[in-house]
Ligand binder design. Structure first.
Ligand code: ZN
Length: 441
């Protein structure tokens, strides 16, 4: 199939009347200044879609339910208690309905792919389902309904704290031993794997898994989100979490560090030099009061970052990028810090976050180049925020003021969003409403 975009942001810059030949969901050829005859033609400006690097889909349905101010301590750990209460009733059908709605929303906002950090494995009593992959299948069905490019990352979760501390009652739906986990990876054809965190998996369990899996599989882990977790890690190992991963020689380009909020300069530089990607989730990190990422040290050492929406209080990549950038500015008390040297900051943020997708997903994505997934966002250049903008000013205007300017989104070479709405939105929203009514009852 051939598609022509009025203009497109290629890795080297903008080009006009760009024809993309798509084969098996990937870009097979790119021809600028092409003849539109015989092609699907899309008005507007095409940019690479972003892969959302971190998601717990079921949490979308509880966004907004933990925002009443409470007496006493309301912190990450209190929020986690509310989340455990919420997930008690969820069935595989509920998870499928919630995930499908979420993925539709994410596509509408400009995400083309998702890494699902999937840890809700067991039934409400903590027993494996007859098919232990039942929940993972629900996630796959939701992704297929929406058309989003899924990287399934099943999660190993065995304990509630360092040293293999026994799990809490609220965690029983997550638990799985390493051998069952290895079977789950096989049975689900997982594209990636995840260790929940250093507090939820022991070093021996990590080693057991890593010696059995393909040396190429991407690995995701929550790390250093909370100062409490850093303190516990120091007490247990004498090292901070990222420092420990570095000391063990574990970090390589196949690792994605989720949050990595509390890193010293040495940890940030070490992670960057090891080639690990950081998955920042600024809207969730802000919502949970986690803290702010050590951007100067990590970016200064050439570190690669992408974005995720984690708890899904936001479904917009623009909001994640803006939160990240404004956090940096508030810390530095300066504007337009860029990555060093006169770039368009909005363009840099969008394109860097998009291009970070390849290592965490194990598939080429996030840039409009031959061999990459055919994931396009087509912007409405008549939107008030984008009218009259040319070149990378389009991306600057999108990131800093252009919410609502996404006209089309294509994932894997299929147009899933037209005129700002997902083509399956109505049916998916109906199923979602039913699930929410059931959960409220
Ligand atoms: Zn998370």
């Amino acid at each position: 199939m051939d598609i022509i975009f009025e203009q497109a942001r290629l890795p080297g810059g903008w080009a006009r009347n760009v024809r993309f030949t798509v084969e098996a969901g990937c870009i097979a050829a790119i021809t600028p200044d092409a003849d539109p005859a015989g092609c699907t033609r899309a008005a507007g400006a095409a940019i690479p879609a972003i892969t959302n690097l971190h998601s717990h889909a079921f949490q979308r349905a509880m966004a907004g339910l933990a925002e009443q101010s409470r007496a006493g301590v309301d912190d990450f750990w209190a929020w986690r208690g509310a989340m455990y209460g919420f997930l008690r009733k969820l069935t595989p059908d509920d998870v499928e309905a919630i995930a499908a709605m979420l993925y539709v929303e994410l596509l509408e906002q400009g995400y083309g792919g998702i890494v699902e950090f999937h840890y809700l494995h067991n039934d409400p009593d903590g027993r494996p389902y007859a098919d232990p992959a039942e929940m993972a299948h629900a996630i796959r069905r939701a992704a297929a309904t929406s058309g989003i490019g899924l990287t399934l990352a099943p999660v190993l979760y065995t304990s509630s704290g360092f040293g293999g501390k026994p799990a809490l009652d609220g965690q029983k739906r997550f638990l799985m031993d390493p051998d069952a986990f290895l079977r789950l990876l096989d049975d689900t054809g997982a594209e990636a794997l995840a260790f929940h965190s250093l507090r939820a998996v022991t070093p021996e369990q990590m080693a057991r898994v890593l010696e059995q899996v393909s040396p190429d599989i991407p690995i995701h882990i929550h790390v250093s989100e909370q100062t409490g977790e850093v303190d516990e890690c120091i007490a247990a190992t004498g090292r901070r979490p990222v420092e420990w991963l570095l000391d063990q020689g574990l970090l390589t380009p196949r690792w994605t560090l989720v949050h990595a909020t509390h890193m010293t300069d040495a940890e940030a530089e070490g992670a960057a030099r090891a080639g690990a990607t950081v998955a920042l989730c600024p809207s969730t990190e802000g919502n949970l009061g986690d803290g702010f990422f050590n951007a100067p040290a990590f970016l200064g050492a050439g570190g690669s970052f992408g974005i995720g929406s984690d708890s899904h209080v936001s479904t917009s990549p623009v909001e994640e990028l803006r939160w990240f950038e404004y956090g940096r500015r508030l810390q530095a008390r300066k504007r337009t810090l860029g990555a060093g040297g006169g770039e368009h900051v909005g363009a840099w943020l969008w394109l860097a976050a998009a291009a970070a997708a390849t290592r965490p997903t194990g598939r080429s994505a996030g840039l409009l180049a031959v061999g990459a997934a055919a994931d396009f966002v087509v912007l409405d250049t008549d939107h008030p925020a984008l009218t009259g903008r040319d070149g990378d000013l389009i991306l600057d205007s999108l990131v800093f003021s252009g919410q609502g300017s996404v006209r089309e989104v294509w994932a894997g070479g299929e147009r899933r969003v037209q005129n700002g709405r997902h083509i399956a939105r109505e049916a998916v929203a109906r199923a979602y409403r039913k699930t929410i009514e059931r959960l409220k009852a």
